[in-house]
Design a protein around this ligand. Structure first.
Ligand SMILES: [Zn+2]
Length: 195
């Protein structure tokens, strides 16, 4: 797949393009367990508004709404305060952060290891507090993983492996450098390493 594909909007860590597309139904069953669903309604594209809501996004692009506090990733409830998540299988990246909600692409998540999924979600969530700074979002996601207990040293290795092919672009360092910076964040927490 084209790894140079440009991610939209805040375009995150996930400028990589996964090669293993999987069925939406399978993904919904296996990957996310949502407490509620809303029907998706694909509409012809219009220009997104800066204050776009999750509901407006769904009307615009399609997708499924996971209201704030209802998202589970591989059995773990993940929240981002008041911000809901739109699950959009056509989103051009693994995930993204809009001002009032997050977007995840279930198709691209299908084959990823749990720590990678949790880290991506946490990275996108972190944009709600650190703004567009990608290094800070990476680091905040690592700290969150350690704090919540889902990120171990081996999990970070999986994230680094996932990031390795990522190229540098205007917003992001290359994958190797991002990995190095995240390892530094990991060590800052100064907790015993678990494997
Ligand atoms: Zn980002």
């Amino acid at each position: 797949m084209d790894r140079r594909k440009k991610a939209p909007h805040v375009a995150c860590a996930q400028q990589l393009v996964n090669s293993g597309l999987r069925g939406k139904a399978r993904w919904l069953a296996v990957w996310f367990a949502l407490l509620s669903f809303s029907p998706s309604a694909a509409e012809p594209a219009n220009a997104p508004q800066p204050d776009l809501s999750a509901e407006s996004y769904i009307e615009w692009r399609g997708g499924t709404l996971a209201p704030a506090g209802t998202l589970e990733i591989d059995g773990r409830r993940m929240d981002c305060g008041q911000y809901p998540t739109v699950l959009d299988p056509d989103y051009a990246d693994f995930g993204g952060a809009y001002a009032r909600f997050l977007v995840l692409n279930p198709q691209r998540f299908g084959g990823l290891a749990s720590p990678v999924k949790l880290w991506i979600y946490s990275h996108e969530c972190a944009h709600q507090t650190v703004g567009s700074d990608e290094v800070k979002a990476d680091c905040a996601a690592v700290h969150r993983g350690r704090r919540e207990g889902w990120l171990t040293a081996s999990g970070l290795e999986q994230i680094c492996e996932f990031m390795r092919p990522a190229r540098q672009d205007r917003q992001h360092f290359g994958g190797a450098q991002r990995c190095e910076l995240m390892q530094k964040c990991f060590r800052q927490d100064n907790k015993p390493l678990r494997r």
